[in-house]
Design a protein around this ligand. Structure first.
Ligand code: 47J
Length: 332
């Protein structure tokens, strides 16, 4: 078994997130556009349990709890509650239902129906749920923790692997169970993943800011398709934006902004001897005013690891190798 699904950038805002059409239900299937998130492990959707005021503009999951074996089933007593690093949150109840992504189906997937969602979810009307693809140890369902869609399907796949091929301002692809050798240019460089924190966490070997020299220093990072930007240690971020005249940390935003007339420098990361290049044009996130633009590289704050979000991932072909607990990067 293999699967392949489109990854559509959210049309209205600078590739803030990438949405995948997910088909939920067998008796009355619904296609729900969801944010595939390698930084979390809950599959949750706006639903008929979400208050109308919070669900306005969203497609909502309507579980068909009929009596046949193919119907949705409420999991009695199960609840979930999650808060993300951007302080957004949601919570609710849990059904079991058929979930198909790119032609690959899981018959009894825990589908977490939202009863409450925070405001940033309500306003993002293109996004009707999150599809967690980190490790199941982070799943918030209680008292019985549930498995991610990938954990449920991986034994049926040709290989316990999936890949992300996100694009700048265009549709990309998530493939499940195989590696499309026509989708990348260089050899794939793999590095081990630590699952201790439940994330796709790995060590990178250093970085280069623009045309400065490469800085060799082991650093921790997670690959997080659900985070838009590239988050690095504040000292690195300061050095990076120092290369752009008039770029500065804008206190009211808590973020670096720069003149939109400038093109930011490239950012290069190392894994062993591999060098992954993120073009400066990928690090221009979007305007905050007529002349100031929001930087695609920002501080990781107090986090113990950097966050390789979409602005970096879209410049690479990325292999999430669950079977061998490793992550791979290739140029494309
Ligand atoms: C909703 C959401 C998901 C993520 C990344 N895991 N963030 C930062 N916010």
């Amino acid at each position: 078994l293999t699967g392949s699904a489109v990854a559509n950038p959210n049309p209205s805002n600078f590739d803030r997130e990438y949405l995948v059409p997910v088909i939920i239900g067998a008796v009355t299937p619904q296609t729900i556009n969801m944010d595939l998130d390698t930084g979390s492990s809950d599959l949750w959707v706006f639903s008929n349990s979400t208050p109308g005021a919070q669900a306005t503009g969203h497609v909502v999951y309507q579980p068909n709890t009929c009596n046949a074996s193919t119907c949705a089933k409420l999991l009695p007593g199960e609840t979930w509650s999650i808060q993300y690093s951007d302080m957004s949150s949601s919570s609710g109840i849990v059904y079991s239902d058929l979930v198909t992504i790119g032609g690959a189906a899981v018959s009894s997937q825990a589908v977490e129906a939202a009863q409450i969602v925070s405001s940033s979810f309500t306003t993002d009307t293109a996004n009707s749920g999150l599809l967690g693809m980190a490790f199941s140890s982070l799943n918030t369902c209680r008292p019985q923790q549930q498995l991610t869609w990938f954990d449920n399907i991986k034994a049926s796949l040709a290989a316990e692997v999936w890949t992300a091929n996100l694009q700048k301002g265009a549709a990309g692809t998530y493939n499940f169970g195989y590696i499309d050798s026509t989708a990348y240019n260089s050899n794939i460089t793999y590095t081990p993943v630590s699952t201790l924190r439940g994330f796709w966490e790995f060590t990178f070997s250093g970085y280069q800011l623009g045309s400065s020299s490469f800085v060799t220093t082991d650093m921790a990072a997670i690959a997080d398709t659900g985070t838009t930007l590239l988050l690095l240690p504040s000292a690195v971020v300061e050095s990076y934006w120092a290369q752009v005249p008039s770029a500065h940390l804008e206190p009211s935003l808590g973020a670096y902004i720069y003149p939109c007339s400038a093109t930011p420098p490239n950012f290069t990361f190392g894994i062993g001897s591999y060098r992954g290049v993120v073009p400066g044009s990928y690090l221009a996130y979007g305007p905050v005013s007529s002349q100031w633009c929001y930087g695609g590289i920002q501080s990781q704050g107090s986090s113990p690891f950097s966050v390789f979000g979409d602005v970096l991932l879209k410049a690479q072909f990325v292999v999430f190798d669950v079977g061998n607990l490793r992550i791979g990067y290739a140029a494309k």
